[in-house]
Design a protein around this ligand. Structure first.
Ligand SMILES: Nc1nc2c(c(=O)[nH]1)N[C@H]1C(S)=C(S)[C@@H](COP(=O)(O)OP(=O)(O)OC[C@H]3O[C@@H](n4cnc5c(=O)[nH]c(N)nc54)[C@H](O)[C@@H]3O)O[C@H]1N2
Ligand SMILES: Nc1nc2c(c(=O)[nH]1)N[C@H]1C(S)=C(S)[C@@H](COP(=O)(O)OP(=O)(O)OC[C@H]3O[C@@H](n4cnc5c(=O)[nH]c(N)nc54)[C@H](O)[C@@H]3O)O[C@H]1N2
Ligand SMILES: [Mo]
Length: 554
């Protein structure tokens, strides 16, 4: 929904949400689940407290789940591949790998070992900062437990090595045989409520609905026939490519729907330069966003509670949403706005209700073919659901992977694009907190009252270094921009690491972040950039303190 065209995070959960509670080991890496996916987070806590499951949490910050964990691996941000390689090194050399699973269901083992053999526990520990003993304990617990599931989110994907990180987690699951069974597997938890559905429907530059390649002439012909028009067979641009194109003048116009890149894409100054350079910009949103300030035309849209349709959630479950209240003023559901635009552009789209659009989705998306509004009325259905008598699919890859055998690939550790140095000695990592949702909730007075301001998490050691107390503000500066924020002095973050959210307009974290991208997924490295921090004194106060110092000298 929001972020109709984003694909942050990757893939779908192989398992179902209900299974979370029944994993015996949960390997939670780069996911602050209790704040960002509280329903799933609750199931993880129940797994630990009611069903005796053991949690391995891998996060530089002491998240709530770290408190429930048997083992908490506090790694340096951006060193996940070194750590994962170290864990596999231990698992393989100790004989804890699942040899028959590797032989029957995987290929590429030798290639994997060529790389992994270099990452002895000592090497991995040196890079990641995780003590060797903890690595042994985590490797043994994960490898030796049959029902062990991996759960990951942005701590894994929002890096220049994001795709590699994801592939290496797949390696870890494959060498230990944790795939294709109930209550185990590899599960990315999706972000926005319908990001899964948007991707399923082809809101990506390279595929039609159902992940069918635009470059495949046969597939393109099917869609051309269904839609009665000629379709472009070339891959489109990703978001960073579009913004670069706008800045360079090769992209002339943009239509931004449900996204506020000025606040949410990295390096806001560069985003503003790009948008200002467009000839024409349309923004379709619920609010006059920071991005709307650059728009030539603004189209007011209806929100989720004001329209009918379906959302597809993180476990591939297609669910109905129903109009509860009418949209305010002249706001209209997105689908109506699109149909109207299309009609005026000379291609009539005469749908009268989202159910008709769903009918077309079913005809063109094999994994949705068996779903009807009647069948999804109450609990929804999980894709793949190819026929009307198919019950939907609870977990993927039972018996066979989409490509036949699981591919093991050796993956080296690579450093983040920007490292700390003398001038920018602090590592900034960004993310979320429970009360706020991306950059939407600050429009709500109620939620803003509950949590009105950013409080950057800073370790007591760093606070002492720059001489700030809990009531002070700090200025955070990167090579790209600068932000003033209140702080929370806490050992939730290790020394040398500062954590900020990107929820607030007054403290826009993306003024600071680095527009370096994963080469394949094009996800930005929101989780690592280098900053300097200093005590902030408002102009008046700075002068007063200087005067006081003067007096003291005299
Ligand atoms: N309350 C709330 N819920 C949300 C959202 C929200 O804004 N508010 N947003 C939604 C969206 S769009 C998404 S995509 C999801 C995101 O959900 P999450 O990915 O869980 O959220 P984040 O806070 O971005 O980051 C997760 C964790 O990664 C850790 N981390 C940072 N760097 C590293 C690293 O190098 N390695 C490892 N292993 N960990 C690291 C952080 O310390 C943090 O605890 O949440 C969704 N749910
Ligand atoms: N520093 C930093 N930046 C980040 C991240 C991070 O971890 N750190 N995380 C990134 C991630 S994972 C994500 S997903 C993005 C999110 O970035 P965005 O997608 O830009 O932010 P959202 O708040 O999810 O929603 C954007 C807009 O959608 C509008 N909207 C909501 N519902 C509808 C609707 O039904 N129709 C229309 N037309 N508009 C609607 C909202 O009003 C809002 O203005 O941020 C990214 N930015
Ligand atoms: Mo997201």
């Amino acid at each position: 929904m929001a972020g109709l065209a984003t694909s942050f995070g990757s893939g779908a959960m192989t398992n179902s949400i209900a299974e979370v509670e029944f994993n015996d080991v949960l390997f939670i890496i780069g996911s602050n689940t209790t704040e960002a996916h509280p329903i799933i987070g609750n199931k993880m806590k129940r797994a630990a407290t009611v069903h005796g499951a053991q949690l391995i949490v891998v996060d530089p910050r002491r998240t709530e789940l770290a408190e429930y964990a048997t083992i908490w691996l506090r790694l340096h941000p951006g060193t996940d591949n070194a750590l994962i390689n170290g864990l596999m090194h231990i698992i393989i050399t100790k004989g804890w790998a699942d040899r028959s699973f590797i032989a029957e269901r995987c290929e590429g083992y030798d290639d994997l070992w060529e790389v992994v053999k270099k990452y002895t526990p000592e090497v991995a520990s040196k890079i990641s900062g995780v003590p060797v003993e903890q690595m042994y304990a985590a490797a043994e617990l994960y490898a030796k437990t049959k029902k062990a599931g991996i759960f990951y989110t942005l701590g894994i994907t929002e890096h220049t090595t994001g795709t590699n990180n994801v592939m290496n987690l797949a390696n870890l699951a494959l060498v230990t045989g944790h795939m294709g069974i109930e209550n185990a597997g590899v599960n990315p938890l999706r972000g926005q409520n319908n990001v899964q559905g948007a991707c399923d429907m082809g809101a990506l530059p390279n595929v039609f609905p159902g992940y069918q390649s635009v470059a495949d002439p046969k597939i393109a012909e099917t869609f051309e026939k269904a839609w009665g028009c000629r379709l472009n067979r070339n891959k489109g641009l990703t978001i960073p490519e579009m913004l670069d194109g706008a800045a360079e003048g090769t992209v002339k116009a943009m239509y931004i729907m449900g996204e506020d890149p000025v606040l949410t894409d990295p390096d806001s100054n560069q985003v503003r330069r790009a948008l200002a350079n467009l000839d024409f910009l349309v923004v379709q949103d619920l609010f006059m966003t920071s991005t709307a300030a650059y728009a030539d035309v603004f189209l007011p849209a209806a929100c989720y509670a004001e329209k009918d349709g379906t959302f597809t959630n993180t476990e591939r479950r297609v669910q109905r949403v129903r109009k509860a209240v009418p949209p305010p003023g002249r706001c209209r559901p997105d689908w109506e706005i699109i149909c109207e635009l299309s009609r005026r552009a000379g291609y009539p789209m005469d749908y009268t209700h989202p159910e008709e659009i769903f009918g077309e989705m079913r005809r063109l998306t094999p994994s949705y073919a068996g779903m009807t509004y009647r069948r999804i009325d109450r609990a929804g259905l999980q894709w793949p659901c190819p026929t009307e008598d198919h019950p939907g699919t609870k977990y993927l890859h039972q018996g066979v992977f989409p490509r036949g055998k699981g591919l093991l690939q050796g993956i080296e550790h690579e450093e983040p694009a920007e490292l700390t140095n003398e001038e920018y000695p602090v590592l900034l990592t960004t993310g979320r907190k429970l009360i706020h949702y991306n950059i939407m909730t600050p429009y709500s007075d109620n939620l803003l009252t509950l949590d009105p301001k950013e409080r950057a998490e800073i370790n007591p050691v760093d606070a002492a270094k720059i001489g700030v107390g809990g009531d002070d503000e700090i200025r955070v500066t990167s090579r790209r921009g600068s932000v003033v924020t209140k702080i929370e002095i806490t050992d939730k973050v290790p020394p040398g690491v500062l954590f900020m959210t990107f929820h607030y307009k007054e403290t826009p974290a993306n003024e600071l972040t680095n527009a370096a991208y994963d080469p394949i997924a094009k996800t930005a490295e929101y989780k690592v950039c280098a900053v300097k921090i200093e005590k902030y004194l408002p102009a008046g106060r700075a002068e007063k303190e200087a005067e006081k110092e003067q007096e003291a000298v005299v």
